[in-house]
Design a protein around this ligand. Structure first.
Ligand code: GAL
Length: 486
């Protein structure tokens, strides 16, 4: 609660325009960044035309209007380091006009440009890395006009093993980026090694929490061997981590994120073909619930309608991912596989104006029908909210996956307002019910901060009055007993 109060102070500061202290003091990523990255779809098979074609599709699809603004070049753009200047060169077959030309083209589209390097002697694709060349590389990226750096962890020359060693290695790049004077979003990609949740939020705008995602919902894979990123026992973060595994890693880490220092659950796989539409909806919704960086990883110029409907759901993007409170979700209860094949979790997240998001996820193999959310378990830390009445909105209602359309306005769930519980919820296998709870009678807007405080005070007074009445009643009873000599 204290953390949430702090977060709302931070967000009020943002709203009032005073400058809150940010991770990097670069003023970037006040809400989780959105964009597109080459890696999930193309791996090392990149070149300038593919990147520009995706940038153009981002505009043509109207994704920029939904806040996707960064076009990020991942690994495999590099040539060797030039021995005379000490600068990294560019693979001239893939980028015949160089990277300054590429960022000019991206900027001309009204977008921002991102680049990738590693805090190691080589990148994961075995190209030249930036370790011990931080200043010259940061300056090169700034000179080329980049606005974003994803900074990886391969070939780190054994310079890891304690949080301090890793912190120093990454902080060298934070300082180098700051020194360029160009606002460059710093996307730290250290896979959660050396408890990066302890130090990464102080030096980066977002920080990867685990090994690499792959386009699968829940398959266990030995190449992603860790179970919990908060223990000190996992030394191999790996890759081929499923959506289920990554969400599981993120469960307790949201408390270490805040505006300008977001979790990064890795780039999205929506549209890459390995999951069903239902699974992609859960994947996208949970990334938003965790306030993860929202970086698309599919081919934007060949999107199908189902993909369009998911990545353009502005309700999920604006009301949850972009919520000014910046409070990542956490599960309030979970039930492991039951006899009927369901495996449910209920996630909680507080939003601005006394509104909330609830996500009921069914990780199991069977559909779950007629589920209900008990508000006393949902509002585990908030007594007044437990008793209140709520208008409820389903953030995926009316989304047409066949036509690729999202309704402009959401309508209330029938049965609203709900008191005590929200019932009759059907959650298909691998699906999600993503709900927004708004105080009843506020026309979907929620309460102003002032009204919120007034109600809390009213509730506190009511509690005091109840206590006083009980005290008086106890005294009368005690006197009665005493007068009877009991
Ligand atoms: C991995 C990183 C991936 C991708 C890849 C490039 O370490 O987690 O997201 O950037 O390197 O080689």
């Amino acid at each position: 609660m204290i953390y949430q109060a702090l977060l709302s102070l931070v967000s009020s500061a943002i709203i009032l325009g005073s400058a809150p202290a940010q991770a990097l003091d670069n003023g970037l990523a006040l809400t989780p960044q959105r964009g597109w990255n080459t890696w999930n779809k193309y791996g090392c098979n990149i070149n300038a035309s593919i990147i520009l074609a995706n940038g153009k599709a981002l505009i043509d699809e109207g994704l920029h209007k939904a806040g996707y603004e960064y076009v990020v070049v991942d690994d495999c753009w590099q040539g060797p380091r030039d021995p005379s200047t000490g600068r990294i060169t560019v693979d001239s077959t893939k980028f015949p006009h160089g990277l300054k030309n590429l960022t000019d083209e991206i900027h001309a589209m009204g977008l921002k440009a991102g680049i990738y390097s590693s805090a190691g002697s080589m990148t994961c694709g075995r190209h030249v890395g930036s370790l011990d060349h931080e200043e010259i590389d940061a300056q090169t990226f700034a000179d080329w006009g980049f606005d974003y750096l994803k900074y990886d962890n391969c070939f780190n020359e054994g310079r890891s093993g304690t949080p301090k060693i890793s912190y120093d290695r990454y902080n060298a790049m934070t300082m180098a980026l700051n020194k360029t004077g160009r606002p460059i979003l710093f996307s730290l990609c250290q896979w959660g090694e050396d408890s990066s949740y302890l130090w990464a939020p102080t030096i980066a705008n977002s920080w990867r929490i685990s090994g690499d995602i792959y386009d699968n919902f829940d398959r266990a894979d030995a190449r992603c061997p860790c179970d919990d990123m908060t223990t000190q026992t996992c030394y191999l973060q790996g890759f081929h981590c499923s959506v289920k595994k990554i969400v599981n890693f993120a469960k307790s880490l949201g408390q270490k994120a805040f505006p300008s220092a977001w979790l990064d659950l890795d780039m999205l796989e929506v549209g890459n073909g390995g999951m069903s539409t239902t699974e992609y909806v859960t994947h996208f919704s949970m990334w938003a619930m965790m306030r993860s960086a929202m970086i698309l990883g599919n081919e934007l110029f060949s999107m199908d309608n189902a993909t369009r409907a998911i990545v353009k759901n502005t309700h999920v993007l604006d009301l949850i991912s972009g919520d000014a409170n910046g409070s990542p979700a956490y599960p309030v209860w979970e039930e492991t596989t039951s006899t009927n094949g369901t495996e449910m979790q209920l996630w909680f997240s507080s939003l601005v104006n006394g509104t909330y998001a609830a996500a009921l996820v069914n990780w199991g193999s069977q559909d779950a029908s007629g589920q209900s959310i008990d508000l006393s378990t949902f509002f585990v830390d908030d007594a007044p909210a437990r008793k209140a009445s709520w208008d409820v909105y389903d953030l995926w209602a009316g989304v047409d996956f066949k036509q690729g359309t999202v309704p402009a306005k959401l309508s209330k769930l029938s049965g609203s307002p709900f008191t005590g519980s929200i019932g009759n919820l059907d959650v298909p296998s691998h699906g999600i019910k993503l709900l927004r709870l708004v105080p009843a009678g506020t026309d979907g807007k929620g309460m102003s901060e002032q009204e919120h405080k007034r109600r809390a005070l009213q509730e506190a007074e009511h509690v005091q009055l109840e206590r006083a009445m009980q005290w008086q009643e106890d005294r009368v009873n005690a006197r009665r007993m005493a007068s009877r000599g009991l």
